[in-house]
Design a binder for this molecule. Sequence first.
Ligand code: ARG
Length: 462
Amino acid sequence: MDKKTKLWSGRFKETTNKLAEELNASISFDKRLYKHDIQGSIAHAMTLRRAGALKKNETSKIIKGLRAIEKEISSGKFVFTPDMEDIHMAIEKHLIEKIGKLGGKLHTGRSRNDQVALDERLYLKDEIASILSLIKEFQRTIFEIAKKHVDTIMPGYTHLQRAQPVLFAHHLLAYYEMLKRDFDRFSDCLKRTDCMPLGSGALAGSPYNLDRKFMARTLGFSCVTENSLDAVSDRDFGLEFLAASSILMTHVSRLSEEIILWSSQEFGFVELSDAFSTGSSIMPQKKNPDIAELGRGKAGRVYGNLVSLLVVMKGLPLAYNKDMQEDKGPIFDTVDTVKNLLKVFPLMLKTMKVKKDKMKKATVEGFLTATDAADYLVKKGLPFRKAHEVVGKIVANCVTKGKTLEDLTLKDWKGFSNLFERDILRAVLVENSVASRKIYGGTAKTVVARRLKKVEDELKKG
Ligand code: ARG
């Protein structure tokens, strides 16, 4: 490689070592930023023109050249090689090849340090916008399924032990709420990503009279960064994106875990469609929930990406350091992972069969209305602790006799406390237990139906 092929080779006597060149190059992954890099360069050329650093015809030649390069790249004609170093160099060098020395004027008043910060912000703004609409779609799917299950009763769990009966709609809406917070977190992160760093130069600001507000307007940013040192060193927007993604993945992973459990023979609450399950290479009977397992497994990958970037950033002195090139792997990988999962999960849920009878049967078998029996005694004047003890004894007795609470006769109940009257027989029915939780945020059908109505309105607002 001739040393002159590098745009920065003026002060160098030797060429770059081949291995060092490969290590240094980011072109194999940052080529993904080409559209945003060109978009930024066009805005920069227009701003140089306003500052009097480019003539009108020079500006249009540069812009035409950049647009032609964009076409070459998107059509796959452009061949990327490691000696190009990164996407910024590749495009600038090709521009010079195409339009001659004039191409060398584009980098006036700019550094790759503010350029890469700009590209990443433009890129993430686009990706966050599409993640936001995927989250909305996911919420819509959950709402649609929940609407069909306001009469489906299932066991609610604590410690993975059957606890109290809940509506399946209520359980699903818990995920709607999580996704709603995810939506807000990504929207919030978008606000800080939406700030324009160009004009910061290498670190100290550009000596040219670049109209930064014009650049922000042209590129669709709502503000300009305030401090040039911060602007080229800041990757908080990337960290926030990874943090929001990690929390989202926690939710995807918890839902995955539930689907995995529910689709096991032990639970049998749901059956995934064949289209979202896989078979075993050896056991002919198997139908495995691999997609849900990957929803759980890929959370680890995204957390790893967050930790990677945190560690890359934590010890860096101001301003730019090449370590920061390592931000791209974690960010790009997270964008791909999160988008893939957000696309596939709604489809998996929509095609999942819900086995209402199995759910209902599980609520009767697990003494899930024991709390209701205790609350019954409380209403009759017994202190809750005492009531808890009495019902505990009843449950223990049922366990030895192989009975459910619903099997007990009034005589059986009275054998444990005289406070029990005929209405205890109804009080321990799971339907009654659910209906009694009318408190705001509770699982009673009336409350869940009201929440569904509000959710529908929220979704309509978009
Ligand atoms: N490829 C580099 C990165 O991703 C671009 C910025 C390079 N700046 C520099 N001064 N070497 O961070």
